[in-house]
Design a protein around this ligand. Sequence first.
Ligand code: HEM
Ligand code: SF4
Ligand code: SF4
Length: 431
Amino acid sequence: MANSNGGDARDQHATPMLDELETGPWPSFITGLKRLRDSSDKQYAPMVNDLLGQLEHSYENRLGYWKGGTVSVFGYGGGIIPRFSEVADKFPASKEFHTLRVQPPAGYHYTTDVLRQMCDIWERHGSGLIAFHGQSGDIMFQGCSTENTQKAFDELNEIGFDLGGAGPALRTSMSCVGHARCEMSCYDEVKAHREVINEFLDEMHRPALPYKFKFKFSGCPNDCVNAIHRADFAVIGTWRDDMKVNQEEVKKYVAEVGRKYAIDHVVAMCPTRALSLNDDDTLEVDNKSCVRCMHCLNVMTKALSPGDDRGVSILIGGKRALKIGDLMGIMIKPFMKLETDEDYEELKEFAGEVIDFFAENALEHERIGETIDRIGLPAFLEAVGVDPDPNMVKHPRTSCFVRTDDFTEEAEKWYARKGRKADDDATVAAE
Ligand code: HEM
Ligand code: SF4
Ligand code: SF4
């Protein structure tokens, strides 16, 4: 079989070890790579052939042969992940195999037309391999020569796409499909995503931060984009009034699944025992106790929904392992409205303060969650101008013993802060 570089099937690298991977019960990425290799009319066939050759070589020797380097497109300092082969003499067609990180549209809304155009661009300039979406949220265009990187970027840019983040910089953001399709959505995630990222785009394209910084936007506490544990700055939808209960639908649900099932699988599963099924099969909700775990709303979708007074919580410092172990975001703004232009301005302003704090105070290669861990939450709150609040629980107390010797002093500070906010808070303070 002739290919565009004049090679034929006999030039294909033997891949006995990789072939083994195709014998398992699951679809194999090797089968996909072979399909690209065998597309003899495509420019990438020789590249993928050599890629398979190098991978087999790696498996034989149990060594990886890729190294990093510097590759960028005009005007950008990041967004391309360079990979150069250390065994280019044996596998010259895949000697450069860089990845373009491209920002997805907010809410992951694509048209089939745009997807086709992306595929065409990548057939012309890359390896044919695209990943929707990488752990970073980007569309990963994997496998490009240094020479073709600029060409691929220019064409992707022409259809409206931009490179994402890499290195010590603001990273590509993600937002859930949210209000476009999902009844749980508590704010306009897509708008928040675009407003915030556009505001700080320079930080993405010109890496100048101590380390990576990620925003993620989830429409409700189901947190479909994993904001709480993977974002430095998580914006998660919530509500502060009572959840909405359609009692007729509750009754229908109970009639359908039976009382025992409804009690065992909904009421008893509530982590804070905020639910109770009445004798007439209506549901009682103790809204003050509800911690927005979303279980009952997810199970009884017709009967229960978020309340009307919707907004967002902001949690800071989520991350995977690095200097210290995995961290969940800490509640920093328990509730803010996100409806008017002023609300969005406030969000961007606060995001700016947090990024500035990070830029000035984090050590090199330190995520903001680790900075907060190092300097303590009170110092962080003071730096970004947020008053402490009992909702800022990092994790539940594990000791039943409490020191109370500084309680009076702390209580005074609390009343002083309350008093500053509004006069009538004095009544609350006295209670
Ligand atoms: C052509 C070669 C390679 C390229 C272009 C490449 C590129 C990348 C990229 C872009 C990511 C980020 C993935 C994401 O955000 O979804 C990544 C992650 C990673 N790569 Fe590679 N890589 C290559 C080879 C390797 C090799 C040979 C190893 C190890 C032997 C390796 C180990 C990893 C690991 C452990 C991660 C993290 C995965 C995760 O976060 O889930 N990579 N690589
Ligand atoms: S995070 Fe909530 S609003 Fe967003 S898609 Fe998931 S369930 Fe829907
Ligand atoms: S959302 Fe969770 S915590 Fe709230 S009432 Fe339902 S089950 Fe309980």
